[in-house]
Write a protein that binds this ligand. Structure first.
Ligand SMILES: [Zn+2]
Length: 143
């Protein structure tokens, strides 16, 4: 699964749980679950790293580095670091993407994943809406 969507699902889970610990624990599980879904991948490693990193940084800037959504995003995307950092593969073995068969290729299109990731992240970093609280002044209302 594309990194940006790992980031987005981790962030959403972190935000929903409201707990840093839960966000950190849920991350790797969500990563495995996401990779298990038959999906397309983006071949450009540069794009994958860039978009993932940008998404986590965006969350950290807008919500704070220790906000559950930010921690969840980092925890959920972290397992993909073993693709690029050799020291995370002791004995050359990948922990999350090894032979155990979690990773499934399939029909979940990469551009749809990207769209979903953008929508989720957009909602999470958007300024807090006050809709529904009854506080928002409605200036355009007919008298
Ligand atoms: Zn993965």
């Amino acid at each position: 699964m594309i990194v940006a969507l790992h980031v987005a699902t981790g962030a959403a889970a972190g935000a929903a749980s409201g707990s840093r610990l839960a966000a950190l624990l849920a991350g790797p599980i969500l990563h495995l679950a996401g990779d298990r879904l038959p999906h397309q991948d983006i071949r450009s490693r540069r794009f994958e790293i860039g978009s993932g990193l940008a998404s986590v940084v965006l969350l950290a800037v807008r919500r704070g580095p220790l906000y559950p959504a930010t921690l969840g995003a980092a925890a959920s995307s972290a397992p993909d670091l073993e693709h690029v950092l050799p020291f995370l593969r002791p004995g050359g073995r990948k922990l999350f993407h090894g032979r155990r068969g979690w990773h499934r290729s399939g029909h979940f299109p990469a551009d749809l994943q990207l769209l979903l990731a953008g929508a989720i992240l957009g909602a999470l970093v958007a300024p807090r809406s006050r809709a529904g609280s009854g506080q928002r002044p409605t200036s355009r209302e007919p008298a």
